[in-house]
Design a protein around this ligand. Structure first.
Ligand SMILES: Cc1cc2nc3c(=O)[nH]c(=O)nc-3n(C[C@H](O)[C@H](O)[C@H](O)COP(=O)(O)O)c2cc1C
Length: 224
């Protein structure tokens, strides 16, 4: 069913024989299974062109009615990074000293995290993902976006996969409430902060908490 006036193009299919498909799916799983949240960064510079490609990759994510309701703010300016760190640590201090429940603090213990966030200044880039609650038309009128959280969540996942694929590391950081990011980065009223993602090389000898991932049996139900 092709509506008139709607341009369509042939889909460029990449089709593999089952054996190759199996190899590819296994290799991709193994590669992504190596992704870890790393919280200790090196200040070694990262080429800007790499970050540009990572952001382009994130924006290939599907989105409700293809509205692409996201803005990626890419911060390398030291002063802005310092402002973000200061504001984030203020919020995180409140979170760790009263705002988070005892259960939540217990769940965080294995990660050894606290309100101090040096990575916000050490990482060469901070990618701040904003969701666009609505868009603004040429005359400033509000235009609806659909499934904004789902869409921006998917773009965030693709962002993290692209960072990992490039051989860099990231933290998915959510120093909530994150309204300060809207102010520090001077974003318009239709944009709300969604994720704060420091990106760079890992520090030498960076450590990550040991964890296991749930096996297939635990995360899937098959109706055959
Ligand atoms: C939505 C979301 C918010 C997160 N917020 C934080 C955070 O504020 N600080 C932090 O250190 N890690 C944060 N993380 C990272 C998780 O702790 C991490 O993904 C989890 O422990 C699994 O580890 P892995 O990413 O190495 O697989 C967050 C992850 C997600 C998906």
């Amino acid at each position: 069913m092709i509506p008139h006036n709607q341009p369509f193009e042939l889909y460029e299919a990449a089709i593999y024989e089952p054996a190759e498909m199996l190899d590819r799916s296994k290799a991709f799983y193994r590669a992504l299974d190596k992704r870890r949240t790393v919280r200790e960064f090196s200040d070694r510079p990262v080429p800007k062109a790499v970050i540009e490609n990572i952001v382009r990759t994130a924006s290939t994510a599907p989105s409700g009615a293809h509205k692409q309701p996201w803005t990626f703010c890419v911060v390398s300016d030291a002063k802005i990074k310092a402002s973000i760190r200061e504001a984030a640590e203020k919020e995180e201090y409140e979170n760790y000293h009263g705002r988070m429940s005892e259960d939540w603090l217990d769940d965080l213990k294995p990660f050894g995290t606290d309100h101090i966030k040096p990575f916000l200044e050490v990482a060469p880039y901070l990618i701040v993902v904003f969701k666009k609650a609505y868009d603004l038309g040429p005359d400033g009128e509000k235009q609806k976006n659909y499934y904004v959280n789902e869409s921006v969540g998917l773009a965030g996942g693709m962002l993290l996969a692209a960072i990992h694929h490039a051989g860099l590391v990231a933290v998915t950081h959510t120093p909530s409430p994150m309204n300060f990011l809207q102010k520090v980065l001077n974003r318009p009223a239709n944009e709300r902060p969604f994720l704060l993602v420091p990106v760079g090389y890992p520090a030498k000898d960076a450590k990550v908490p040991s964890l296991t991932r749930k096996p297939l049996e635990e995360i899937s139900v098959w109706y055959e």
